[in-house]
Design a protein around this ligand. Sequence first.
Ligand code: PAF
Length: 285
Amino acid sequence: MTAMEVIGSPVEMSAWSDRVRASGKRICLVPTMGFFHEGHLALMRKAGEIGDKVVVSLFVNPMQFGAHEDLDRYPRAFARDCELAGQHNVSVMFAPSPDAVYPKGFQTRVEVEGLTGTLCGRSRPGHFAGVTTVVVKLFHMVKPHSAVFGEKDFQQLAVIKRMTIDLNLEVEIVSHPIVREKDGLAMSSRNSYLNAEERRRALCLHQALQLARGRVAAGERNASLLCVEVQQYIAGCAGAEIDYVAIVDSETLVSCDEITDQSLLALAVKIGRTRLIDNTHLLVS
Ligand code: PAF
């Protein structure tokens, strides 16, 4: 295995990618905001199966954080992240500075409409425009053939897929299933905000998903009844505050009346100050 390179300059990154492309090799990108956990490492392994060269980008993107969100306290561990990526067959860790990504005078936004008007888009106005803008920029800087995104951020995945089609971006979008802790909590860098009590309380998200899957397995097909049941379950959990509970079509993200194999249950719940998200397909055919 050759040593991983750390690149900060977008110009150098593009030059590296031009060389790799000229040699006929395929580049797979894993876009991240760092503070790696097993979920990120699974994306890197997947990228290694798809591409000849794996690039991991690490950029805590200010544009996708709202004014009162956690940009300043977002967890960071650059040295540890480089070590972990280096152990996962990553060729380049691309870690540009905010000034390199958004130089003086920057004034462009890439925004997907429709899909961003619901779920997390409703509670985090401007968030997805920040995501799509930076992802397009990363695609131009890294020039990957494919990119891997986790399914925990299901809406993000749907929005990025839409954008790639709408803007004719020649990047294959590959998704990876949610990676969970042993007790079911979906892995997230934000889990590091939880104290021991909150960590226990956070299990209510996965439990609510399990409850819903159980009801559907037993024959429930009425989405609004099921939503109410899930809401009541979470409302009964100490220290949990619902942002949304929704059953939507997994492609259009429009609410469904009847549960089909396209239906996705998506949750956003605040545990203390920490907002967590999770989701599951309800009917696996
Ligand atoms: O999912 C994330 O970590 C971020 O939203 C992404 C895709 C790296 C864009 O900043």
